[in-house]
Design a binder for this molecule. Structure first.
Ligand SMILES: Nc1ncnc2c1ncn2[C@@H]1O[C@H](COP(=O)(O)OP(=O)(O)OP(=O)(O)O)[C@@H](O)[C@H]1O
Ligand SMILES: CC(=O)N[C@H]1[C@@H]2OC[C@@H](O2)[C@@H](O)[C@@H]1O[C@H](C)C(=O)O
Length: 369
């Protein structure tokens, strides 16, 4: 077993999650400590300013520097880990065009932390024709197996719905022995999740998010905005498929004329309707949807999902897991898979032709005695 630290800074741009697990890259032996470090206003402003940019473009080096500094800070709080899985900050994602761009530098992080760093998890999948995202699905398989083993889930297909800046869903059959085998997983990004809500709150009310979904709870969904949103061709595309953070900019533009509460309510309804629109791509209807990511703290989102999905909608804590740290844990687990040469994605998670290992391994500089 290897003690690994995973660090994830997601598309909601709120900060960096760090979590430790012990694993052989297949089984989860134990979950360890975790921490969150939020971005300062200045860091968040620089990262927001660099969204949509590619390596070499203005602001990208500064964003990468912020990413390395924040991650090095956090890693210092986990002195016992043997390897670090470092996702980096996604600034742009265009898998069938310019590629995928996670700002950061694993070489610099390895030097700063003195630990081997596994990073650049998505590029190889994209290079081989895949979406490069989502990558947490194989870990969802490991979590489902862990929860079944602990008697917290029945050995039946279940879905994990992650609500970060963007939403992504994984259908998992925990009776499969490997995540890459046919029929084990099916995954895709569902649509926008917290990113447009956060953007609305920041722009109109100078708040980072709609705490508890209280603003949305006071509003009414604008049906014509919702119907226009659902006419987007993305929903007709079969899975696997992935999204860039701001691929649905027209949704944010469409709520501009609405009151604060109606705009928030409409964005929540759009999130839930997007998940419901993706339901048809699942191999079978799961009886339970386990929700992870910050969106599960938004009660308006949870009740909209409960109303729209033909399944029990529960926070992932119902299966003994930590919904705030699942993605960071995923990159710890994936780092160990990369070290062992095991695949991190496959045809049913990113649409790539065959299983892909991906990731780069950077070692700290050795000083000469
Ligand atoms: N108490 C809360 N009430 C409402 N929303 C919340 C609450 N806590 C967190 N959130 C939402 O969840 C977001 C953070 O979610 P999370 O940490 O899962 O995102 P991420 O890791 O950036 O995303 P991604 O999955 O896209 O990589 C916040 O920006 C906010 O929008
Ligand atoms: C390109 C990119 O960073 N995508 C993120 C984003 O945030 C959620 C969703 O879109 C998912 O596809 C992915 O993150 C998670 C960790 C994943 O790869 O599974």
């Amino acid at each position: 077993m290897i003690r690994a630290l995973g660090m994830m800074s997601g598309t909601s741009l709120d900060g960096v999650d760090a979590a430790e697990i012990e694993t052989d890259g297949i089984t989860i032996a134990s979950f360890g400590d975790s921490r969150f470090r939020s971005y300062s206003d200045n860091e968040a402003a620089v990262l927001h300013g660099a969204l949509g940019r590619w390596p070499g473009e203005a602001g990208v080096d500064e964003a990468a520097g912020i990413s390395v500094a924040c991650h090095a800070d956090l890693a210092g709080e986990f002195p016992d880990v043997e390897v670090i899985g470092y996702h980096g900050q996604t600034l742009a994602h265009d898998p069938h065009g310019r590629g995928t761009h996670q700002a950061g530098d694993g070489v610099a992080l390895a030097h700063k932390t003195g630990r081997p760093v596994v990073w650049d998890f998505r590029s190889e999948d994209v290079r081989q024709g895949g979406e490069g995202a989502p990558l947490a699905p194989f870990f969802h398989w490991a979590c489902a197996r862990w929860a079944v083993g602990a008697g917290l889930l029945p050995a039946a297909p279940v879905a994990f719905l992650n609500l970060g800046g963007v939403g992504n869903i994984t259908w998992v059959d925990p009776s499969c022995d490997t995540p890459e085998e046919n029929g084990a997983c099916l995954a895709f990004d569902t649509g926008p999740a917290n990113a447009p809500i956060n953007d609305l709150m920041r722009k109109r009310l100078r708040q980072s998010h709609d705490s508890g979904g209280r603003l949305a709870a006071r509003g009414r969904t604008n049906q014509s905005v919702l119907q226009r949103f659902l006419a987007h061709p993305y929903f007709e595309r079969p899975a696997p498929k992935s999204l860039d953070r701001d691929q649905f900019v027209e949704l944010s533009a469409a709520v501009e004329a609405l009151s604060d509460a109606d705009a928030a309510a409409t964005l929540v309804a759009a999130l839930a309707a997007a998940v419901a629109a993706g339901w048809r791509w699942l191999p079978s209807a799961p009886s339970t949807v386990l929700v992870c990511g910050g969106g599960r703290h938004n009660e308006s989102i949870m009740s909209a999902l409960g109303a729209q999905l033909p399944a029990n909608v529960r926070p992932v804590e119902a299966a003994g897991l930590d919904g705030d740290m699942l993605e960071a844990q995923a990159f710890a687990w994936l780092a160990v898979r990369v070290l062992k040469g095991l695949p991190c994605s496959g045809p049913m998670t990113t649409g790539v032709a065959g299983p892909v290992c991906g990731g780069r391994i950077s070692h700290p500089k050795r000083s000469c005695a």
